[in-house]
Design a protein around this ligand. Structure first.
Ligand SMILES: Cc1cc2nc3c(=O)[nH]c(=O)nc-3n(C[C@H](O)[C@H](O)[C@H](O)COP(=O)(O)OP(=O)(O)OC[C@H]3O[C@@H](n4cnc5c(N)ncnc54)[C@H](O)[C@@H]3O)c2cc1C
Length: 411
Protein backbone atom coordinates (compact mmCIF):
# COMPACT_ATOMS: atom_id res chain seq x y z
CA UNK A 1 0.00 0.00 0.00
CA UNK A 2 1.22 3.50 -0.83
CA UNK A 3 1.90 5.46 2.35
CA UNK A 4 3.57 8.47 0.72
CA UNK A 5 1.83 11.06 -1.44
CA UNK A 6 0.96 9.52 -4.80
CA UNK A 7 3.61 10.07 -7.50
CA UNK A 8 2.41 10.57 -11.05
CA UNK A 9 4.71 10.75 -14.04
CA UNK A 10 3.44 11.82 -17.48
CA UNK A 11 5.52 11.46 -20.64
CA UNK A 12 4.52 14.15 -23.15
CA UNK A 13 3.00 17.59 -22.46
CA UNK A 14 0.66 17.80 -25.46
CA UNK A 15 -3.07 18.22 -24.93
CA UNK A 16 -3.39 14.64 -23.58
CA UNK A 17 -0.54 14.91 -21.06
CA UNK A 18 -1.30 18.46 -19.90
CA UNK A 19 -5.03 17.74 -19.50
CA UNK A 20 -4.14 14.66 -17.46
CA UNK A 21 -1.82 16.70 -15.21
CA UNK A 22 -4.49 19.34 -14.66
CA UNK A 23 -7.14 16.71 -13.90
CA UNK A 24 -4.85 14.85 -11.48
CA UNK A 25 -4.17 18.04 -9.55
CA UNK A 26 -7.91 18.72 -9.25
CA UNK A 27 -8.55 15.17 -8.03
CA UNK A 28 -5.63 14.96 -5.62
CA UNK A 29 -4.29 18.17 -4.02
CA UNK A 30 -1.40 16.32 -2.35
CA UNK A 31 0.08 14.22 -5.14
CA UNK A 32 3.32 14.94 -6.98
CA UNK A 33 3.14 15.33 -10.77
CA UNK A 34 6.09 15.27 -13.16
CA UNK A 35 5.20 16.26 -16.73
CA UNK A 36 8.11 15.52 -19.04
CA UNK A 37 8.66 16.72 -22.62
CA UNK A 38 11.57 16.91 -25.01
CA UNK A 39 10.10 20.12 -26.50
CA UNK A 40 11.11 23.53 -25.07
CA UNK A 41 7.55 24.86 -24.59
CA UNK A 42 4.60 24.47 -22.25
CA UNK A 43 1.41 23.32 -24.01
CA UNK A 44 0.66 24.99 -27.32
CA UNK A 45 -2.14 24.36 -29.77
CA UNK A 46 -0.95 22.12 -32.60
CA UNK A 47 -4.26 22.61 -34.38
CA UNK A 48 -3.43 26.33 -34.62
CA UNK A 49 -0.06 25.76 -36.28
CA UNK A 50 -1.48 25.83 -39.84
CA UNK A 51 -3.00 29.27 -39.23
CA UNK A 52 0.30 30.46 -37.73
CA UNK A 53 2.00 29.08 -40.85
CA UNK A 54 -0.41 30.95 -43.12
CA UNK A 55 0.31 34.18 -41.24
CA UNK A 56 -3.25 34.70 -40.01
CA UNK A 57 -2.53 33.94 -36.33
CA UNK A 58 0.32 35.36 -34.21
CA UNK A 59 2.58 33.07 -32.18
CA UNK A 60 1.15 34.23 -28.81
CA UNK A 61 -2.27 32.91 -29.85
CA UNK A 62 -0.76 29.46 -30.42
CA UNK A 63 0.44 29.17 -26.82
CA UNK A 64 -2.09 27.69 -24.41
CA UNK A 65 -0.16 27.52 -21.10
CA UNK A 66 2.88 29.19 -19.57
CA UNK A 67 5.39 28.05 -16.94
CA UNK A 68 3.59 30.02 -14.20
CA UNK A 69 0.40 28.03 -14.83
CA UNK A 70 2.30 24.85 -13.96
CA UNK A 71 3.95 26.38 -10.89
CA UNK A 72 0.60 27.56 -9.55
CA UNK A 73 -0.70 23.99 -9.78
CA UNK A 74 2.52 22.42 -8.50
CA UNK A 75 2.94 20.51 -11.73
CA UNK A 76 6.65 19.99 -12.24
CA UNK A 77 7.15 20.62 -15.97
CA UNK A 78 10.46 19.35 -17.33
CA UNK A 79 11.11 20.71 -20.81
CA UNK A 80 13.90 19.65 -23.20
CA UNK A 81 14.00 16.35 -21.37
CA UNK A 82 13.84 13.19 -23.43
CA UNK A 83 12.60 9.99 -21.78
CA UNK A 84 14.75 7.10 -22.92
CA UNK A 85 13.63 4.21 -20.74
CA UNK A 86 10.84 2.92 -18.55
CA UNK A 87 11.44 0.24 -15.93
CA UNK A 88 8.08 -1.26 -15.05
CA UNK A 89 9.49 -3.63 -12.38
CA UNK A 90 10.96 -0.83 -10.32
CA UNK A 91 8.40 1.72 -11.62
CA UNK A 92 10.95 4.27 -12.76
CA UNK A 93 11.13 6.58 -15.77
CA UNK A 94 14.68 7.36 -16.94
CA UNK A 95 15.69 10.37 -19.04
CA UNK A 96 18.52 10.98 -21.48
CA UNK A 97 20.34 12.95 -18.78
CA UNK A 98 20.15 10.00 -16.40
CA UNK A 99 17.41 11.45 -14.15
CA UNK A 100 15.19 8.87 -12.44
CA UNK A 101 11.50 9.53 -11.75
CA UNK A 102 9.76 6.90 -9.61
CA UNK A 103 6.02 6.57 -10.19
CA UNK A 104 2.94 5.05 -8.62
CA UNK A 105 1.07 5.60 -11.88
CA UNK A 106 2.55 6.42 -15.28
CA UNK A 107 0.87 8.00 -18.30
CA UNK A 108 2.37 7.60 -21.77
CA UNK A 109 1.13 10.56 -23.83
CA UNK A 110 4.07 10.86 -26.21
CA UNK A 111 2.21 11.37 -29.51
CA UNK A 112 4.11 10.80 -32.73
CA UNK A 113 6.94 12.28 -34.78
CA UNK A 114 6.78 12.84 -38.51
CA UNK A 115 8.37 10.46 -40.97
CA UNK A 116 11.30 12.10 -42.75
CA UNK A 117 11.83 12.16 -46.51
CA UNK A 118 14.18 9.31 -47.35
CA UNK A 119 15.19 9.59 -51.00
CA UNK A 120 18.56 10.18 -52.65
CA UNK A 121 19.68 13.76 -52.20
CA UNK A 122 17.45 14.46 -49.18
CA UNK A 123 20.00 13.76 -46.44
CA UNK A 124 22.15 16.80 -45.82
CA UNK A 125 19.96 19.10 -47.97
CA UNK A 126 18.47 22.07 -46.12
CA UNK A 127 14.87 23.31 -46.31
CA UNK A 128 13.14 19.93 -46.33
CA UNK A 129 10.68 20.11 -43.47
CA UNK A 130 8.20 18.09 -41.49
CA UNK A 131 5.36 19.99 -39.88
CA UNK A 132 4.48 18.86 -36.37
CA UNK A 133 5.97 21.26 -33.84
CA UNK A 134 6.02 24.98 -33.13
CA UNK A 135 9.74 25.01 -33.94
CA UNK A 136 9.05 23.29 -37.30
CA UNK A 137 6.55 26.03 -38.08
CA UNK A 138 8.91 28.89 -37.21
CA UNK A 139 11.64 27.40 -39.40
CA UNK A 140 9.24 26.87 -42.32
CA UNK A 141 7.95 30.45 -42.10
CA UNK A 142 11.51 31.81 -42.17
CA UNK A 143 12.26 29.82 -45.33
CA UNK A 144 8.94 30.71 -47.00
CA UNK A 145 9.87 34.38 -46.71
CA UNK A 146 12.93 33.81 -48.90
CA UNK A 147 11.32 31.33 -51.34
CA UNK A 148 9.44 31.55 -54.61
CA UNK A 149 8.53 27.89 -55.26
CA UNK A 150 7.32 25.18 -52.91
CA UNK A 151 6.50 21.49 -52.98
CA UNK A 152 4.05 19.87 -50.55
CA UNK A 153 4.58 16.13 -50.56
CA UNK A 154 2.19 13.41 -49.42
CA UNK A 155 -1.48 12.52 -49.20
CA UNK A 156 -1.94 13.21 -45.47
CA UNK A 157 -3.70 15.98 -43.55
CA UNK A 158 -0.31 17.51 -42.82
CA UNK A 159 0.63 17.68 -46.51
CA UNK A 160 -2.50 19.64 -47.37
CA UNK A 161 -1.89 21.97 -44.39
CA UNK A 162 1.58 22.60 -45.81
CA UNK A 163 0.18 23.09 -49.29
CA UNK A 164 -2.43 25.50 -47.93
CA UNK A 165 0.28 27.45 -46.05
CA UNK A 166 2.54 27.70 -49.09
CA UNK A 167 -0.32 28.78 -51.38
CA UNK A 168 -1.68 31.33 -48.88
CA UNK A 169 1.84 32.80 -48.64
CA UNK A 170 1.74 33.18 -52.42
CA UNK A 171 4.43 30.65 -53.31
CA UNK A 172 4.21 28.83 -56.62
CA UNK A 173 3.03 25.57 -55.09
CA UNK A 174 2.98 21.98 -56.30
CA UNK A 175 1.20 19.27 -54.32
CA UNK A 176 2.58 15.85 -55.15
CA UNK A 177 1.21 12.59 -53.80
CA UNK A 178 1.73 8.94 -54.56
CA UNK A 179 -1.91 7.93 -54.16
CA UNK A 180 -4.73 8.48 -56.63
CA UNK A 181 -6.25 11.25 -54.48
CA UNK A 182 -5.84 12.96 -51.13
CA UNK A 183 -6.76 11.07 -47.92
CA UNK A 184 -7.09 7.84 -49.83
CA UNK A 185 -8.03 5.96 -46.65
CA UNK A 186 -11.19 8.04 -46.13
CA UNK A 187 -12.19 9.57 -49.45
CA UNK A 188 -13.09 8.06 -52.81
CA UNK A 189 -12.29 9.33 -56.33
CA UNK A 190 -15.22 11.77 -56.25
CA UNK A 191 -14.23 13.27 -52.90
CA UNK A 192 -10.65 13.46 -54.15
CA UNK A 193 -11.78 15.34 -57.24
CA UNK A 194 -13.54 17.93 -55.07
CA UNK A 195 -10.44 18.49 -52.95
CA UNK A 196 -8.31 18.89 -56.09
CA UNK A 197 -10.73 21.49 -57.44
CA UNK A 198 -10.47 23.47 -54.19
CA UNK A 199 -6.64 23.40 -54.24
CA UNK A 200 -6.51 24.34 -57.94
CA UNK A 201 -8.67 27.39 -57.31
CA UNK A 202 -5.84 28.55 -55.07
CA UNK A 203 -3.38 28.12 -57.91
CA UNK A 204 -1.90 24.83 -56.66
CA UNK A 205 -0.52 22.41 -59.22
CA UNK A 206 -1.88 19.05 -57.99
CA UNK A 207 -0.13 15.85 -59.14
CA UNK A 208 -1.25 12.34 -58.22
CA UNK A 209 0.25 8.92 -58.77
CA UNK A 210 3.84 10.05 -58.70
CA UNK A 211 6.57 10.28 -56.08
CA UNK A 212 9.91 11.91 -55.44
CA UNK A 213 12.80 9.86 -56.81
CA UNK A 214 15.55 12.33 -55.93
CA UNK A 215 16.13 15.77 -54.52
CA UNK A 216 18.58 17.70 -56.66
CA UNK A 217 20.38 20.26 -54.53
CA UNK A 218 22.65 23.16 -55.36
CA UNK A 219 24.96 24.41 -52.61
CA UNK A 220 23.05 22.32 -50.06
CA UNK A 221 19.60 23.78 -50.85
CA UNK A 222 16.92 22.15 -53.02
CA UNK A 223 16.90 23.22 -56.68
CA UNK A 224 14.27 20.80 -57.95
CA UNK A 225 13.03 17.25 -57.39
CA UNK A 226 13.01 14.47 -59.96
CA UNK A 227 9.98 12.19 -59.79
CA UNK A 228 9.61 8.52 -60.63
CA UNK A 229 7.44 9.45 -63.62
CA UNK A 230 10.22 11.71 -64.95
CA UNK A 231 8.89 15.11 -63.85
CA UNK A 232 11.20 17.87 -62.65
CA UNK A 233 9.54 20.11 -60.07
CA UNK A 234 11.15 23.32 -58.85
CA UNK A 235 11.12 23.80 -55.10
CA UNK A 236 12.98 26.24 -52.88
CA UNK A 237 11.26 24.56 -49.96
CA UNK A 238 9.90 21.02 -49.57
CA UNK A 239 7.21 20.24 -46.98
CA UNK A 240 6.79 16.58 -46.13
CA UNK A 241 3.57 14.99 -44.83
CA UNK A 242 4.12 11.26 -45.06
CA UNK A 243 2.47 10.31 -41.79
CA UNK A 244 3.78 9.89 -38.28
CA UNK A 245 5.54 7.20 -36.29
CA UNK A 246 4.11 6.90 -32.81
CA UNK A 247 6.65 7.52 -30.06
CA UNK A 248 7.04 4.19 -28.33
CA UNK A 249 10.80 3.54 -28.76
CA UNK A 250 11.50 4.21 -25.07
CA UNK A 251 9.23 1.28 -24.17
CA UNK A 252 11.47 -1.26 -25.88
CA UNK A 253 12.40 -4.05 -23.52
CA UNK A 254 9.36 -3.46 -21.27
CA UNK A 255 6.42 -5.88 -21.13
CA UNK A 256 4.05 -3.05 -22.22
CA UNK A 257 2.18 -4.21 -25.31
CA UNK A 258 2.87 -2.05 -28.37
CA UNK A 259 1.38 -2.61 -31.82
CA UNK A 260 0.98 0.53 -33.96
CA UNK A 261 0.59 2.40 -30.68
CA UNK A 262 0.52 1.53 -26.99
CA UNK A 263 -2.32 -0.95 -26.56
CA UNK A 264 -4.91 0.02 -23.92
CA UNK A 265 -8.42 -1.06 -22.98
CA UNK A 266 -11.37 1.35 -22.81
CA UNK A 267 -10.12 2.52 -19.39
CA UNK A 268 -6.86 3.48 -21.10
CA UNK A 269 -4.93 0.92 -19.03
CA UNK A 270 -2.06 -0.96 -20.64
CA UNK A 271 -1.44 -4.65 -19.94
CA UNK A 272 1.01 -3.60 -17.17
CA UNK A 273 -0.51 -2.44 -13.87
CA UNK A 274 -0.26 1.30 -13.11
CA UNK A 275 0.71 2.20 -16.69
CA UNK A 276 -1.76 4.10 -18.91
CA UNK A 277 -1.64 5.64 -22.38
CA UNK A 278 -3.59 8.53 -23.89
CA UNK A 279 -3.87 10.63 -27.05
CA UNK A 280 -2.33 9.93 -30.44
CA UNK A 281 0.01 7.24 -29.07
CA UNK A 282 -2.80 5.13 -27.56
CA UNK A 283 -4.15 2.22 -29.55
CA UNK A 284 -7.37 2.06 -27.59
CA UNK A 285 -10.34 -0.26 -27.48
CA UNK A 286 -13.32 1.51 -29.00
CA UNK A 287 -16.60 -0.05 -27.85
CA UNK A 288 -18.55 1.72 -30.66
CA UNK A 289 -16.77 -0.38 -33.28
CA UNK A 290 -15.68 -3.30 -31.12
CA UNK A 291 -11.95 -3.14 -31.83
CA UNK A 292 -8.71 -1.29 -31.09
CA UNK A 293 -7.54 1.66 -33.15
CA UNK A 294 -5.49 4.86 -32.98
CA UNK A 295 -6.98 8.31 -33.52
CA UNK A 296 -4.88 11.38 -34.28
CA UNK A 297 -7.28 14.13 -33.32
CA UNK A 298 -7.19 16.95 -30.80
CA UNK A 299 -10.57 16.19 -29.19
CA UNK A 300 -9.71 12.54 -28.77
CA UNK A 301 -6.37 13.39 -27.09
CA UNK A 302 -8.03 15.89 -24.76
CA UNK A 303 -10.77 13.47 -23.69
CA UNK A 304 -8.23 10.66 -23.28
CA UNK A 305 -6.12 12.85 -20.99
CA UNK A 306 -9.06 13.50 -18.71
CA UNK A 307 -10.26 9.89 -18.55
CA UNK A 308 -6.75 8.49 -18.04
CA UNK A 309 -6.20 10.86 -15.10
CA UNK A 310 -9.50 9.88 -13.47
CA UNK A 311 -8.54 6.22 -13.71
CA UNK A 312 -4.95 6.80 -12.57
CA UNK A 313 -6.39 8.48 -9.47
CA UNK A 314 -8.46 5.39 -8.66
CA UNK A 315 -11.58 5.93 -10.81
CA UNK A 316 -13.03 3.47 -13.30
CA UNK A 317 -14.42 5.42 -16.23
CA UNK A 318 -14.45 4.07 -19.78
CA UNK A 319 -13.59 6.20 -22.78
CA UNK A 320 -16.59 6.19 -25.10
CA UNK A 321 -16.73 9.03 -27.60
CA UNK A 322 -17.17 9.87 -31.25
CA UNK A 323 -13.99 11.70 -32.16
CA UNK A 324 -14.31 14.45 -34.73
CA UNK A 325 -11.55 16.08 -36.77
CA UNK A 326 -12.59 19.43 -38.18
CA UNK A 327 -10.31 21.71 -40.10
CA UNK A 328 -10.39 24.39 -42.78
CA UNK A 329 -9.48 23.06 -46.23
CA UNK A 330 -8.37 26.21 -48.03
CA UNK A 331 -11.62 28.23 -47.92
CA UNK A 332 -14.02 25.37 -47.11
CA UNK A 333 -14.31 23.00 -44.13
CA UNK A 334 -13.65 19.34 -43.70
CA UNK A 335 -14.90 17.11 -40.90
CA UNK A 336 -13.98 13.50 -40.33
CA UNK A 337 -16.29 11.94 -37.75
CA UNK A 338 -15.86 8.59 -36.02
CA UNK A 339 -14.54 5.74 -38.12
CA UNK A 340 -14.18 6.80 -41.75
CA UNK A 341 -12.13 4.13 -43.52
CA UNK A 342 -12.65 3.54 -47.24
CA UNK A 343 -10.43 0.47 -47.28
CA UNK A 344 -12.10 -1.33 -44.37
CA UNK A 345 -14.05 -4.29 -45.82
CA UNK A 346 -16.26 -4.42 -42.72
CA UNK A 347 -17.73 -1.00 -43.54
CA UNK A 348 -20.33 -0.08 -46.14
CA UNK A 349 -20.41 3.46 -47.48
CA UNK A 350 -22.73 5.80 -49.38
CA UNK A 351 -21.94 9.29 -50.60
CA UNK A 352 -23.58 12.47 -51.88
CA UNK A 353 -22.13 15.25 -54.03
CA UNK A 354 -24.05 18.49 -54.55
CA UNK A 355 -23.42 22.17 -55.34
CA UNK A 356 -22.20 24.16 -52.30
CA UNK A 357 -21.17 27.70 -51.43
CA UNK A 358 -18.45 29.89 -53.02
CA UNK A 359 -18.63 27.88 -56.24
CA UNK A 360 -17.42 24.72 -54.45
CA UNK A 361 -19.24 21.43 -54.11
CA UNK A 362 -20.43 19.77 -50.91
CA UNK A 363 -19.43 16.18 -50.44
CA UNK A 364 -20.63 13.79 -47.79
CA UNK A 365 -19.83 10.15 -47.20
CA UNK A 366 -21.32 7.90 -44.54
CA UNK A 367 -19.72 4.71 -43.20
CA UNK A 368 -21.93 1.94 -41.79
CA UNK A 369 -21.20 -1.26 -39.97
CA UNK A 370 -23.96 -3.83 -39.57
CA UNK A 371 -26.52 -1.19 -40.64
CA UNK A 372 -25.40 1.31 -38.02
CA UNK A 373 -23.64 4.59 -38.71
CA UNK A 374 -20.03 4.52 -37.44
CA UNK A 375 -18.45 7.44 -39.28
CA UNK A 376 -18.81 10.24 -41.79
CA UNK A 377 -16.72 12.62 -43.81
CA UNK A 378 -17.99 16.05 -44.82
CA UNK A 379 -16.34 18.51 -47.18
CA UNK A 380 -17.99 21.92 -47.56
CA UNK A 381 -21.07 22.69 -45.50
CA UNK A 382 -20.80 21.35 -41.93
CA UNK A 383 -24.60 21.51 -41.46
CA UNK A 384 -25.96 18.36 -39.81
CA UNK A 385 -22.62 17.38 -38.25
CA UNK A 386 -23.95 17.28 -34.68
CA UNK A 387 -26.91 15.16 -35.74
CA UNK A 388 -24.56 12.69 -37.40
CA UNK A 389 -22.49 12.48 -34.20
CA UNK A 390 -25.68 11.77 -32.23
CA UNK A 391 -26.68 9.02 -34.66
CA UNK A 392 -23.28 7.39 -34.26
CA UNK A 393 -23.46 7.67 -30.46
CA UNK A 394 -26.97 6.20 -30.34
CA UNK A 395 -26.00 3.37 -32.69
CA UNK A 396 -29.29 3.88 -34.50
CA UNK A 397 -30.31 1.20 -36.99
CA UNK A 398 -30.30 2.44 -40.63
CA UNK A 399 -31.37 -0.59 -42.57
CA UNK A 400 -33.49 0.77 -45.41
CA UNK A 401 -32.21 2.83 -48.37
CA UNK A 402 -34.77 5.56 -47.53
CA UNK A 403 -33.45 5.92 -43.99
CA UNK A 404 -29.89 6.12 -45.28
CA UNK A 405 -30.73 8.69 -47.96
CA UNK A 406 -32.44 10.82 -45.29
CA UNK A 407 -29.32 10.75 -43.12
CA UNK A 408 -27.13 11.61 -46.09
CA UNK A 409 -29.28 14.70 -46.70
CA UNK A 410 -29.40 15.79 -43.01
CA UNK A 411 -28.99 19.56 -42.54
C1 LIG B 1 0.10 20.74 -38.09
C2 LIG B 1 -0.97 19.94 -37.41
C3 LIG B 1 -2.31 20.26 -37.60
C4 LIG B 1 -3.30 19.53 -36.97
N1 LIG B 1 -4.60 19.89 -37.16
C5 LIG B 1 -5.57 19.20 -36.52
C6 LIG B 1 -6.95 19.59 -36.66
O1 LIG B 1 -7.28 20.52 -37.41
N2 LIG B 1 -7.89 18.90 -35.94
C7 LIG B 1 -7.55 17.86 -35.12
O2 LIG B 1 -8.43 17.26 -34.48
N3 LIG B 1 -6.26 17.47 -34.97
C8 LIG B 1 -5.26 18.11 -35.64
N4 LIG B 1 -3.96 17.72 -35.50
C9 LIG B 1 -3.67 16.55 -34.65
C10 LIG B 1 -3.64 16.95 -33.17
O3 LIG B 1 -2.84 18.09 -33.02
C11 LIG B 1 -3.10 15.77 -32.35
O4 LIG B 1 -4.01 14.70 -32.49
C12 LIG B 1 -2.93 16.11 -30.87
O5 LIG B 1 -2.18 17.28 -30.69
C13 LIG B 1 -2.25 14.95 -30.14
O6 LIG B 1 -2.00 15.29 -28.82
P1 LIG B 1 -1.15 14.34 -27.87
O7 LIG B 1 -1.13 15.02 -26.55
O8 LIG B 1 -1.64 12.95 -27.96
O9 LIG B 1 0.32 14.29 -28.49
P2 LIG B 1 1.34 15.43 -28.90
O10 LIG B 1 0.68 16.74 -29.04
O11 LIG B 1 2.09 14.89 -30.05
O12 LIG B 1 2.31 15.54 -27.63
C14 LIG B 1 3.26 14.57 -27.33
C15 LIG B 1 4.49 15.26 -26.76
O13 LIG B 1 5.35 14.26 -26.21
C16 LIG B 1 6.67 14.56 -26.59
N5 LIG B 1 7.48 13.34 -26.53
C17 LIG B 1 7.45 12.29 -27.38
N6 LIG B 1 8.35 11.35 -27.00
C18 LIG B 1 8.95 11.82 -25.90
C19 LIG B 1 9.97 11.31 -25.05
N7 LIG B 1 10.54 10.14 -25.28
N8 LIG B 1 10.38 12.06 -24.00
C20 LIG B 1 9.81 13.27 -23.76
N9 LIG B 1 8.82 13.80 -24.52
C21 LIG B 1 8.40 13.09 -25.57
C22 LIG B 1 6.51 15.11 -28.00
O14 LIG B 1 7.64 15.79 -28.46
C23 LIG B 1 5.30 16.00 -27.82
O15 LIG B 1 5.67 17.25 -27.32
C24 LIG B 1 -2.95 18.44 -36.13
C25 LIG B 1 -1.60 18.10 -35.94
C26 LIG B 1 -0.62 18.85 -36.57
C27 LIG B 1 0.83 18.49 -36.35
Amino acid sequence: MTTHEKRYVIIGNGIAGTTAAETLRKLDPNCSIHLITNEPYPLYNRVSLPRFLQGVLPEQKVMMRDFAWHEQRRISLLTETLVTEVNTDERIVVTERGQHFPYDALLIASGGWAKPLQVPGAAGTKHIYNFVTLDDTKTIIARILESRTALAYGGSFISYELCDGFAMRKLETTWLMRGPYWLRNCLDPEGGEIVDAIARRFGVNVIHGDEIAEVVARDGVPAYVKTKQGREIQADIIGVGLGITLNTAFLKGTPIEVRTGVVVNEYLETNVPHVYAAGDVAEFYDPTIGRHHTMGTWDNALAHGRIAAINMAGGHEPYVDVPTYTSPLFDVNIAVIGTAESNNPELESISLREPGEKGHENYRKLFLRENRLVGAIMIGSPKGRRKLVELIKNQQLLASPTEREAVLALK
